[in-house]
Design a protein around this ligand. Structure first.
Ligand SMILES: Cc1cc2nc3c(=O)[nH]c(=O)nc-3n(C[C@H](O)[C@H](O)[C@H](O)COP(=O)(O)OP(=O)(O)OC[C@H]3O[C@@H](n4cnc5c(N)ncnc54)[C@H](O)[C@@H]3O)c2cc1C
Length: 806
């Protein structure tokens, strides 16, 4: 075993081997994989290994397609069989919502230019004569669907990596990982130690234990999962061909042919945890006790759908553990608190995703960032608030509802509340319906009189539509109070603060006390890694406000710029709360609570002052994400409720209304404002989203400067535009593909909402530059069906910004 390597991958499951292969493929050939036992000794060896292409998230779909194509290539390159069977998949819809979902997926497939098409019942019966299609309202066919051989695929990755120079050591458990002062790692095993520049935790079922060796925790918990394989079924034997997979998600089971029988698996309601407190080190190629009774309800539905199944004998039952994150998506990326330590863990559909995961991990490690936005997989989406109780409750909920439709705006109740702020109870009394915002309960909308403070979910407009509309109109016509405590807030102070900030962000940090600026932060490829408001409070003291969900994510970038000892950086996100008071009456409302002069002459747009409001010392910044006249007011969190009460009372005669996150979404889209992780992500270049004007190249040094120089003169690949959509019952909400009228795919929606104050359904879309011109007619696939839309000249609300500056 070598004593030094560029990277050590811990874990020789499907995923670790794929990472090793991709690292070597991208040029890091001095890499080693250490496996405790035989390769595949975790969840991998006993998996059903079904593969699918489409996913609700566009980038994950791309990575799943990449994975499905890679298996064939791997076989060719390595000569190692991957046991690829691709008889296709039949997706069945029993409900109207499932039909919407399948039609949406079909529209996305058209956008990706892959096949996913509707079949008639006759066609489906010919393909799979053993299925009873009664009660099925829509059938879609994905020709690439199928399954692979778990061991074959894992060994193919390992062989491909070895062929490129990588080393694989089996029966070599990692027993410790210790960081050196220079940020490199000593990876210890009983056979010796390897000094590595980078460590990757791909330890699957043992990811928690391996993380603990480096001193951190991952929000993961294993659960048992069962499938069984039947004896030979004569009807299948007679057919003499491979039958397609059956994805009857409403029936909550999965089913495919295995040999001359069937393989059926199910995620039952009330799943069972396994090894909650730690995965035993000696667990290997063992299975857990079978208990098909637990999945009986799911099986009865499968028997109805495929009657021959009910008569078939059971040949073998597989009950194995798989490890779940709180939202059932992978936890990947560099650990923000550690240098040179990456994770790729918590993967449920490993066989659909292994290639894509390996590729993006290798890009991250060798190039500094993956080439696409992967926030839905980024481990930084969870902070320390995702504790054991939360993880357990959420994983249970995810497992029990594995095949449930995830509706837009859906907020799962499980494990909540985790954290609340002082105004929570009062907001509740006012009718607030809450969502989870980076661990905190945050108001989404307020139920008006006679409306129940409860949500239903669906793809079409829901009951909250009118309440949200009333909030938007109240803000635009009078005044609204938006809780912005969920924004991330950082204080940077000490001698050299301005210099340090100027090396982090792309705009000039304000030089004059009392001024604020908007600024992007650029990523390793020159894309938008963040967008912030930076306020100069006093000399050598700044307040930086950014996206709350990205606090841990942004930490990676902040940490990458060395901070002089004189400069301190403190997160005030927990310690401070705030409200945005916005709308034409906001000045009057605040004027009732402060002696400060709020006139435009004395308190201009993008300025800030320390003022006293209702007797509370506050920081007021004249900005508003609603696009209206307004101030963000920040106070120590212990004063949040007192401030809230005072604002509500002072606004009584001025038409004040509490405003939730859904209304803010509609308001910011009317104004054409982008939001982090939707319109702003490292995937997009500044010139594509209109932030290039804020990049100041006269500064000699800042994050991403060189990368930006390399792309700055390139024409934008796509442009962010606002489109008005013709629709009556459902609005775009993000991810919908966009076509020209002749069906040519030209882009996708990043955010969408009904603009209540401009009376139009709106969508922010990324459109190929050649077509991103005002007046271009488009078809946006809402509910999977084309909806005519037109690109607007500018955002429909106050394009000149007169309201903001009034
Ligand atoms: C019953 C069942 C059915 C499934 N069906 C499907 C399916 O149909 N389709 C699909 O896509 N997915 C399926 N899965 C999920 C799939 O198995 C996982 O997504 C995948 O195997 C995860 O691979 P991994 O490499 O991340 O983890 P693992 O397979 O758990 O691999 C982790 C490896 O790390 C090694 N390791 C741990 N600690 C150390 C250490 N200290 N030192 C060195 N090595 C270490 C382990 O020995 C192990 O080999 C199924 C899972 C189960 C349980």
């Amino acid at each position: 075993m070598k004593t030094h390597a560029q990277a050590v991958v811990i874990g020789g499951g499907l995923v670790g081997c794929s990472i090793l292969y991709h690292l070597a493929k991208l040029g890091w050939t001095d890499v080693v994989l250490l496996e405790r036992n035989e390769l595949t000794s975790g969840s991998t060896w006993h998996a059903a290994a079904g593969i699918h292409g489409l996913h609700d998230h566009n980038n994950i779909s791309k990575l799943q397609y990449y994975t499905m194509q890679l298996y064939e290539e791997l076989e060719k390159i390595t000569g190692q069989g991957c046991g690829i069977f691709q008889p296709g998949s039949l997706y069945l819809a029993q409900t109207r919502d499932r039909e919407h979902q399948l039609r949406m997926q079909a529209a996305k497939a058209k956008y990706f230019q892959v096949e996913f098409r509707e079949l008639s019942r006759d066609e489906a019966e010919q393909m799979h004569p053993l299925v009873n299609f009664d009660g099925i309202r829509c059938i879609m066919y994905e020709p690439d669907g199928g399954n692979v051989d778990p061991s074959g695929v894992t060994h193919a990755y390992a062989k491909g990596a070895r062929n490129l120079g990588a080393e694989v050591h089996r029966f070599t458990p990692v027993i410790a990982t210790t960081q050196r002062d220079d940020g490199s790692w000593d990876v210890e095993t009983e056979k010796g130690s390897i000094h590595a520049d980078v460590v990757i935790n791909a330890a699957g079922l043992w990811a928690r234990e391996v993380a603990a060796m480096a001193g951190f925790e991952l929000p993961l918990i294993p659960m048992e999962h069962q499938y069984f394989v039947t004896e030979t079924i004569p009807e299948i034997e007679e057919l003499g061909r491979l039958l397609p997979l059956v994805a009857d998600r409403d029936g909550e089971y999965y089913l495919r042919q295995e040999g001359q029988g069937l393989l059926v698996g199910a995620y039952e309601k009330g799943g069972k945890f396994w090894a909650e407190d730690g995965t035993p080190m000696d667990f290997g190629h063992e299975l857990l006790d079978e208990d098909l009774g637990r999945i009986e309800e799911n099986l009865l539905r499968a028997f109805e759908r495929i009657p021959v199944l009910a008569e078939a004998g059971v040949k073998r039952v597989i009950n194995g553990p798989m490890i779940w994150s709180p939202d059932s998506s992978a936890l990947i990326g560099p650990v923000p608190e550690l240098k040179n330590y990456y994770c790729c863990t918590g993967i449920i559909p490993g066989f659909s995703q292994s290639g894509g995961l390996g590729l993006v991990m290798a890009q991250w490690i060798t190039q500094g960032e993956p080439e696409m936005d992967l926030f839905p997989w980024d481990l930084a989406r969870f902070g320390h608030w995702a504790n054991k109780a939360f993880t357990k409750a959420r994983a249970f909920d995810q497992y029990s509802h594995r095949f449930k439709i995830h509706f837009p705006y859906e907020e799962r109740e499980a494990g909540r509340p985790v954290k609340t702020r002082p105004a929570y109870q009062r907001q509740k009394e006012l009718g607030a319906v809450f969502g989870l915002s980076y661990g905190y309960e945050h108001p989404l909308w307020y139920a008006g009189k006679g409306v129940e403070a409860k949500e239903d979910y669906g793809f079409e407009r829901q009951d909250w539509f009118e309440s949200v509309g009333a909030e938007c109109k109240a803000l635009r016509s009078a005044v609204g109070i938006i809780d912005v405590s969920n924004f991330a807030k950082y204080e940077i102070k000490g001698e050299g603060s301005a210099d340090w900030l100027n090396r982090v962000v792309a705009n000039h940090v304000p030089t004059e006390t009392g001024r604020s600026c908007l600024t992007p932060m650029l990523g390793v490829r020159g894309g938008i890694a963040g967008d912030f408001t930076i306020t100069k409070l006093v000399e050598d003291r700044f307040l930086m406000i950014g996206s709350g969900i990205a606090e841990r994510y942004h930490q990676r970038y902040f940490n990458s710029v060395p901070r002089p000892e004189t400069v301190s950086f403190e997160s005030l996100t927990e310690a401070w709360g705030g409200f945005n008071v916005a709308g034409p009456n906001s000045r009057q409302l605040l004027g009732r609570l402060t002696d400060a002069d709020l006139s435009d002459e004395a308190f201009k747009f993008m300025r800030n002052q320390a003022i006293s409001i209702a007797g509370i010392e506050a920081r007021a910044i004249r900005v508003s994400f609603s696009g209206d006249l307004g101030w963000e007011i920040y106070v120590p969190i212990e004063h949040q409720l007192q401030l809230y009460e005072a604002l509500l009372k002072a606004g009584e005669a001025l038409g004040v209304r509490p405003i939730g996150g859904r209304a803010l979404l509609s308001l910011r889209i009317e104004k054409g404002y982008g939001s982090w992780s939707r319109e702003y992500s490292p995937e997009y270049w500044p010139q594509e989203v209109g932030l290039d004007r804020l990049i100041k190249l006269d500064k000699p040094e800042f994050l991403g400067r060189d990368a930006y120089l390399a792309i700055k003169d390139k024409p934008p690949r796509e442009k962010l535009v606002v489109a008005e959509v013709e629709t009556t019952n459902a609005d775009a909400n993000g991810g919908e593909p966009v076509f020209l009228i002749d069906g040519t795919p030209v882009g996708r929606v990043s955010s969408g909402a009904y603009g209540h104050c401009v009376g139009a359904s709106l969508a922010l879309c990324f459109i190929k530059t050649d077509y991103a011109t005002a007046g271009t007619e488009l078809d946006i696939a809402i509910l999977g069906m084309p909806h005519r839309a037109k690109i607007l000249e500018h955002a429909p609300f106050d394009p000149k910004g007169e309201r903001l500056r009034s």
